[in-house]
Design a protein around this ligand. Structure first.
Ligand code: SF4
Length: 337
């Protein structure tokens, strides 16, 4: 990441755009053989409640397999929900009929991680970017080309690129096309699912800058998914840290970096190299032993207890609740009670 990127200013939250109540996304584990009986359940998302404010970037951070992408996809109902409610501007999406939900979908879009795999190689850029407008019948055919060209300009691409195919572009340009497609239907909310993880470091800052300027220009709200805390410092208003299907810490960005309370957050932060060589010499990474446990059979009590350097007896049997520590900071840990 480019260290010259300025952190975003913390703004007073505006109205709640999306509210999530006790969301669960569980997948059945099927045994072998003809009958394929269910032998277990993967609890990818296990009771998450969150609010996302209009105009903010809320980042969702955690290791691979912690459920962050499933949570994002669950919010957009791209995954079937096991339980829970989702409200978009006080409309309960989880109670809508499929046709009504389909009509609302254009207000919530996605930018995917893989700019290579997420664009259809047989479609021109004009078709890719214009597709959401046609699917949702948001534009007359005669106006489509001009709208696509305007969108390409908005994301920093030349309008003449409309007639080219995805293979003619670099990774960064493809991600700009993916962003143009997400913006086509004039959304209010964008799920950014690790949008820079597959890009060269030199390109990452350009895409982040573009997303920030689009947010300011268009008043967008982002849920930004990332696997480490390095990337999100420069773009987040708030950060939620996720571990094995649950939120373990949620805070304003500045408070999380200044005062991380959950041992897992502390470990993630301690793994980030410090640009200043003198400070870097003193950095003492908190090494976590073991891998993230299986969500099929998560540890009882605090899911983090087998890896936690501060584990106590209580942690092995009692699940810590996510509780408020101050007005902007929430944490689920028995140490902070
Ligand atoms: Fe560690 Fe216990 Fe806190 Fe879990 S609840 S993070 S095991 S101290």
């Amino acid at each position: 990441m480019n260290p010259s990127l300025a952190p975003v200013e913390t703004t007073a939250p505006s109205d709640v755009l999306i509210s999530i109540e006790n969301l669960q996304v569980h997948f059945p584990v099927l045994g072998g053989g003809l009958l394929q009986r269910q032998t277990g359940v993967i609890k990818a998302v296990d009771g998450v409640s969150l609010q996302i404010y209009g105009g903010e970037t809320l980042s969702l951070v955690g290791e691979s397999g912690c459920g962050k992408s499933t949570l994002g996809r669950g919010i957009l109902q791209l995954e079937p929900l096991t339980q829970g409610k989702i409200f978009f501007k006080n409309i309960e999406l989880t109670a809508l009929k499929p046709e009504t939900l389909r009509q609302m979908r254009h207000r919530m879009q996605v930018v995917f991680q893989d700019p290579y795999g997420s664009l259809n190689p047989r479609m021109t850029v004009a078709k890719i970017v214009g597709e959401p407008l046609m699917i949702h019948r948001l534009i007359e055919r005669q106006q489509l080309r001009q709208r696509v060209q305007d969108l390409l300009e908005l994301v920093g691409l030349h309008p003449s690129f409309a007639d080219r195919y995805p293979h003619e572009f670099s990774g960064g340009q493809r991600q700009r096309i993916g962003i143009a497609r997400a913006l086509a239907a004039d959304p209010e909310f964008i799920l950014c699912d690790e949008p820079i993880a597959a890009l060269d470091v030199s390109i990452q800052a350009q895409i982040i800058n573009l997303m920030q300027s689009l947010q300011q220009k268009l008043g967008l709200t982002y849920l930004f998914i990332a696997h480490d805390l390095r990337v999100v410092r420069h773009i987040s208003h708030r950060i939620a840290v996720m571990y094995l299907g649950r939120i373990v810490e949620l805070s304003s960005c500045s408070d999380l970096y200044a005062n991380p309370l959950h041992p897992y957050t502390q470990a993630l932060l301690s793994a980030i190299p410090i640009p200043d060589p003198e400070s870097e010499k003193q950095r003492q990474p908190m090494i976590l032993t073991g891998d993230i446990p299986s969500p099929i059979n998560p540890p009882p009590g605090c899911h983090f207890h087998p890896r936690c350097p501060f584990v106590m007896e209580q942690c092995r049997r009692q699940e810590p609740e996510l509780r408020a520590i101050g007005s902007e900071h929430w944490v689920a840990c028995h140490l902070v009670e």
